[in-house]
Design a protein around this ligand. Structure first.
Ligand code: J2J
Length: 539
């Protein structure tokens, strides 16, 4: 069994030694690698955010100044800091500042609201929370003030922008060196969020060694080098745009990261032309929109070489349309914040590119496809995907009970995905065994939404299921049984209740249906399978 550190299981020593001996774990840290890139090419542009262009030298200096400031405020190695920033340059100075002092960013998404943020702060005992001021009319400073009143460990709120009652990030930065303890390559670098299938999202502990391997491994497969210009279209903190190959992969290679504030073609296409973007990543619904808009675009998109599509299943018909519409190579990516990432290769035959979700980064990613009893299936059969390898975690952070269910005794992660393996090792995602809804790449844990709806005084019971959707792949539908004595409700009352409870907008049920009873399985549990069938038929 894996040795258990205080907070999470990690790789057994024999595996760690193997990954080092193979040269996968290079003994680098994020803090040190930015120093090295900045020393090697200080004047090369690292990050572009609208009119702001930061060179490697400048990003490195800014990260240093924040590292000093964070350290001066008593933030140190192992401390957690919830980072919730949109696609702005400050995201990078903040996370590299934290990496440098060994503090762990907890990567919240811009869409998260009070319920999620309060949970992240309380559960991780975060000492600080980094926010923007106002985004799309939402004032993050008010949210932070509410959370701070409830999370005793939260000493500081840092604002990239107008600070309100909090501390501006610009006041944190300082030039004088403040001593701090640097992290080791085998230390945790950050906590990423799981898509989740349980009441609260699980936290994913990633180390410098393992994550950096996934970056340079991805760079080789995606053709990323110092000439690459990567457009961050999806939320920067999500694992896909962060690491597959993502902004961090491109910074590792010495390339250029361009931030896109909105994902629509009207916003993104002019940025592609102006900055000469060569590579970007999208979820399937966005890839559909871009593909529609490509042929009539008034902008020159000819610099675009590679379009990665992943996060949810990309249909074969849609995949076929990418090259004709955007004149670039499609690369499907099937990844997960827990680790394993699969890519179709740039030189794969077209049929493989359009009809599979790729194969693993590493020759040492171990893949098993098993039946319901964990028995290995024959090649080509459809079953549960289990995986273990040099950048796949051995357990979630502070979740020993959950880890017993999500990992096998010998350390394989139960992905919850149902796949089929093709002859040359390519995987086709056929479905899902976990109770999770994939809403166009945004993951919704039904249990989390159900727990909130159950808090409504008129609700007796609720079951949230996926409904097929032509655009998003899946949407959410909440089946609600009202209390016998309750006045009838309108669906919007349930949606409003969830929103006001402070859940991310993408978790608010798209549809609400009132019913008298749920279909039952043989053993008296709610049959989500039957509910899904009903929901699909009722559309
Ligand atoms: C079908 N399902 C997919 C795909 C992910 C790169 C790309 C994506 C993620 C990601 C990521 C899929 N086809 N192409 O972290 O580095 C579903 C699976 C998987 C879950 C993981 C990366 N690509 N999925 O989406 O942690 O169900 O990571 O287990 O958000 O998304 O979700 P997440």
């Amino acid at each position: 069994p894996a040795p258990v550190s205080a907070d999470a299981p990690t790789w057994p020593e024999e595996f760690a030694e193997r990954y080092r001996a193979l040269g996968y774990w290079r003994g680098e840290t994020f803090g040190a690698l930015l120093h090295e890139r900045a020393a090697a090419h200080p004047d090369r542009i690292a990050v572009v955010d609208g009119e702001r262009r930061w060179t490697y030298g400048e990003l490195d200096r800014r990260a240093d100044r924040l590292a000093n400031g964070f350290a001066a405020r008593g933030i140190g190695k192992g401390d957690r800091v919830v980072v919730q920033l949109p696609n702005v340059a400050e995201f990078f100075e903040v996370i590299f500042g934290l990496f440098r002092i060994g503090a762990l960013p907890v990567f919240a998404l811009p869409a998260h609201r009070e319920t999620e943020i309060r949970y992240f702060c309380e559960f991780t005992e975060a000492v600080a929370y980094v926010i923007p001021d106002v985004v799309a009319g939402f004032d993050h400073r008010e949210l932070a003030a509410k959370v701070q009143a409830q999370a005793p460990a939260l000493r500081d709120v840092f604002v990239a922008g107008e600070p309100g009652p909090h501390t501006p990030l610009t006041d944190v930065a300082r030039d004088d060196f403040v001593p701090y303890d640097e992290p080791e390559p085998s230390d945790l670098a950050f906590l990423q969020l799981s898509g989740g299938s349980t009441g609260v999202p699980k936290l994913i502990p990633r180390t410098h060694d393992d994550y950096i391997y996934s970056l340079w491994g991805s760079n080789e497969i995606c053709g990323v080098d110092e000439d690459s210009v990567f457009l961050v279209v999806l939320p920067a903190a999500h694992n896909f745009p962060l690491s597959s190959p993502g902004s961090l992969g491109v910074l590792y290679a010495g390339g250029r990261v361009v931030l896109c504030p909105q994902p629509d073609p009207e916003t993104a296409f002019p940025v592609i032309e102006r900055e000469g973007v060569t590579i970007t990543g999208l979820v399937p619904p966005l890839a559909l929109v871009w593909t529609e808009a490509g042929p009539t675009a008034r902008y020159d998109l000819s610099s675009l070489d590679v379009l990665l599509v992943g996060g949810a299943k990309f249909s074969e018909e849609a995949a076929r349309r990418v090259r004709p519409a955007l004149n670039c190579t499609l690369q499907q990516v099937f990844g997960m914040a827990e680790g394993l990432v699969n890519y179709t290769r740039l030189d794969d035959p077209v049929e493989t590119i359009v009809a599979t979700q790729g194969r693993p980064i590493s020759a040492h990613d171990e893949i098993r496809v098993v039946d319901d009893n964990d028995q290995d299936l024959e090649a080509g059969q459809t079953g549960h995907l289990l995986t273990r390898g040099p950048y796949t975690i051995r357990g979630y952070w502070r979740a020993p009970e959950h880890n017993k269910r999500s990992f096998t005794e010998d350390g394989f992660y139960r992905t919850g995905d149902v796949v089929r393996m093709m002859e040359r090792g390519h995987l086709v995602v056929e479905g899902r065994a976990k109770d999770q809804i994939n809403r166009g790449g945004e993951k919704v844990a039904p249990e989390e939404v159900e727990n909130v709806v159950l808090g409504h005084p008129a609700v007796h019971d609720v079951s949230v299921v996926a409904v097929p959707d032509a655009y998003l792949g899946e949407r959410t539908c909440a089946y609600v049984i009202l209390r016998a004595d309750a006045e009838p409700l309108r669906p919007v009352a349930i949606k409003k209740f969830v929103r006001e409870h402070g859940l991310a907008a993408f978790k608010v049920p798209d549809r609400v249906e009132f019913v008298d009873a749920f279909p039952q399985t043989g053993i008296g549990k709610v049959s989500k399978k039957d509910l899904r069938t009903t929901a699909a038929a009722d559309q």
